[in-house]
Structures are given as C-alpha cells and as structure tokens.
Design a protein around this ligand. Structure first.
Ligand SMILES: [Zn+2]
Ligand SMILES: [Zn+2]
Length: 412
C-alpha cells in the first residue's frame, strides 16, 4: 500500500450521527434550560424536607396497616419508618432479595443467605481482564517481531474492513466474558449498583482500575491500568473512565490488527509496540486524543468537554503539521471513536446512557461551551480511507520502532 496523510482527505465524508448529536445538544441544553434545571433541584429538596417533617407527626405504632387500606400515604410512611427496627441484614446471592437476620435460606433460589455487610464494594474488586489473540507465531524479542519479512507484511497490508469487523466483535465478546466472570465471582447484583459503580465494573472488564488521590491529572491509562482520581464528582469519574477506556480500546484494536497481519500471538511485546506507536509521533498522539475526547462526548454531553490534552499537543507542534493535516487526524479519531462507541454500547445500554447524562446534569455547575462545539470536526473516513489510515499508523510506526528497539525495551 502507498500514500500519505494528505491523500486521506479524499476518503472523508460527513459523520451524520455526530452532527445530529451536536444539533440535539444545542437544542436541549441552552443556558435557560440549565437555569430551569437548578430550580427543579431546589424545589425537589424543599418537598423532601416538607415530607420528612410530616413523617414526624405520625405515630407509627398506632397505624394498623391492614385496617386502613385507604390511607396509603400514611401506610407507606409507616413502613418507611419501621425499617430501622427490622433492617435486613442478609441477602440472597442469587436473586438479591434482602432478608432479616433470623432467615437462613432463600426459599425461591434454595441457597444460603449471605450477610449484607459482607457485600463486595465494586471499587475494591481486583480484576485481571484478559484479551487474547492467538496466532501461529509467538515472538519473544522485538528484533524478531519487527524482522524484515514482518515489516514487508505490514507494508503490503493484507487486511480488509471485514477483518476489522471480526476484530471488533472479538474484543466485544472477550469483554463480555470478563464482565460475566466479575459479576459471578463477586456475586454482584448489577441492578443494585449506581451508575458510577456500573461504569467502574465495566471498566474493570477491560482493564485494571486503580485509585489515586494526588496529582492534578483526572486520570490516565498506562499499560493495562487506568488510574483515576476518586476526589472528583461521580460524573467526572465516569467521563474520565470512558476517556481512558477509549485509549485502551484504540490500543487493543491496533494490537489485534497487528497480530492478524503477522499471524502472531498477543503478548507483552505487541502491547509495548503499540504503546510506542501511539505515543512516538504527534500524528498518532492527536488521533488517539481526539478519539478519546469524542467517545467521551458521545456518552455524556457535548459542550462540557475538555479538549485540553488535544490542544496541548497541537500547540507543542510548532507548525510541524498543516491545518488540513490536523483536521485529518480528527477525522481518523472520529472514525476510531465510532468503533469504540460500538464496543462500549454493547455493555452500556440506552438506559445507562441516560443515567450518565442525569448524573452529569446533577453534578455540573458550569454552562456548556458552545464555542468548542462549533469547532468540532464532523468528518469520518469511509472504509477504504480508514484502512489506509490504519496502514499509515502501523506501517510508519513499525518502521520507526524497528530502529528504536532501546525505546521499546524501556516501555516493556
Ligand atoms: Zn433468592
Ligand atoms: Zn486522553
């Protein structure tokens, strides 16, 4: 295959989904709506205060529940107030139903009850998610992995969009297996989790998640670990997790493509090689960053995004790339973002996406930044252009890597 970055603009087309999404945001989240939203919060709180003060006036012990069926309101309150005295202490690990201390088994599931206090906290779960690609060749050194024959194979690039779809499917199904394992082994009642806990659990189906409480970065992804600052609001933790997961997934997709081209088994060498490729040049850094920002936007709300890591790279370049070339990196990033979104959406369904947005509107106090929205690039590459872009990333990247083995070794 031949070509360069500027050739790719010929394969560019509108990303109608992103365009629609932005239009929808501009319609829904005008400043006036934000104001209304806060008012709703306040009046809700006042109601809650009013209700709780009404509770105090009811003498619960004297409300015979069965004999006063018409007074649902009081009965409901009475039940609520009785809870502290017979608070369930056990739960069924099968169906999740809760039971008082004296119960032993769940009659429906016929299993022993467990103590609620022993329930696992999703944040504490240690995960070892596995992504496998098996090939005929297992390379044990970078010299072997990047030998002349292999560099030629990468240059010839015998890879189609159907191969790409198979890889996406493969990554999706491996994530599902990892997720199922986590839920079963830790006896998690998924429906009981709040939206942040659900996203943490999903993230742990792809990578290890660590918590940090120092430094100014919200989070970062390094080798197979996402580190996230848990001092942030829930919604910021969610967007950070989705952003960092996107970095992981771009890397994983490219590892699988490389292994397919070389009929190689995925190992720590292929992983380090892709870490190098995604970071050695501004070209790949921009693609990686734009894709991650974009996926974040598709799962949360456009207009609240922070493109700072993209802009930082852009500013550090000092005229190294033309404006058109930078736009092409955005189109490539957008196209990767679509694939990542597809993988994540197989786990994060529509209802959860709504919950994420609700959480966001609860936490966020600033107004959306429409200027940033107007600057969004809404182009994607067609299949032919995308394959060429992947070729450009891998072919150039592997060539440079082959003459920088010492750098690869430092990543390993
Ligand atoms: Zn049960
Ligand atoms: Zn990033």
């Amino acid at each position: 295959m031949t070509g360069n970055i500027n050739d790719l603009s010929r394969y560019s087309q509108y990303d109608t989904e992103k365009l629609d999404l932005i239009k929808e945001v501009l319609r829904e989240f005008k400043p006036i709506d934000m104001v209304k939203c806060y008012c709703r919060e306040i009046s809700f709180d006042e109601d809650a205060i009013l209700e709780s003060s009404m509770d105090m006036d009811i003498d619960d012990d004297k409300v015979p529940m069965e004999s006063r069926p018409g007074e649902l309101r009081e009965i409901r309150k009475s039940v609520l107030k009785v809870i502290p005295f017979s608070e369930p202490e056990k739960y069924c690990p099968e169906c999740g139903r809760e039971y008082p201390k004296e119960e032993v088994v769940c009659p429906d599931c016929l299993v022993h009850l467990k103590k609620i206090s022993d329930k696992v906290d999703v944040c504490d779960i240690k995960s070892e998610p596995k992504f496998i690609f098996n090939g005929q060749n297992s390379y044990e050194s970078f010299e072997d992995l990047l030998n002349k024959g292999n560099l030629l194979k990468i240059n010839e690039f015998d890879f189609t969009i159907d191969d790409y779809q198979i890889i996406l499917h493969d990554i999706k199904s491996q994530a599902f297996l990892n997720f199922n394992k986590l839920v079963k082994e830790n006896e998690i009642d998924f429906d009981e989790l709040d939206i942040l806990e659900k996203i943490i659990l999903f993230a742990k189906s792809f990578v290890k998640v660590d918590y940090k409480s120092s430094g100014s970065q919200l989070g970062y992804f390094e080798s197979d670990v996402i580190s996230i600052d848990d001092r942030q609001t829930d919604s910021l933790q969610i967007t950070t997790l989705i952003h960092e997961l996107s970095h992981f997934l771009i890397q994983e997709i490219l590892i699988h493509i490389l292994c397919k081209l070389l009929d190689a088994t995925r190992n720590s060498l292929t992983e380090s090689l892709l870490t190098f490729i995604l970071s050695y040049a501004h070209f790949t850094q921009l693609i990686d960053e734009y894709a991650a920002h974009n996926v974040e936007g598709r799962f949360t709300i456009f207009g609240f995004q922070d493109y700072s890591s993209f802009t930082q790279i852009e500013q550090s370049m000092d005229g190294e790339m033309t404006a058109e070339e930078i736009e092409i990196t955005k189109s490539i990033g957008n196209t990767f973002a679509l694939s990542i979104k597809e993988i994540l959406e197989s786990l994060i369904d529509r209802q959860m996406r709504e919950e994420i947005k609700e959480q966001f509107l609860k936490d966020v106090m600033e107004r959306p930044n429409y200027r940033a929205l107007e600057m969004e690039n809404c182009q994607i590459l067609n299949d032919e252009g995308f394959i060429k872009a992947i070729w450009l990333i891998l072919n150039d990247g592997c060539e440079v890597a082959a003459s920088n083995i010492d750098k690869l070794l430092s990543i390993l």
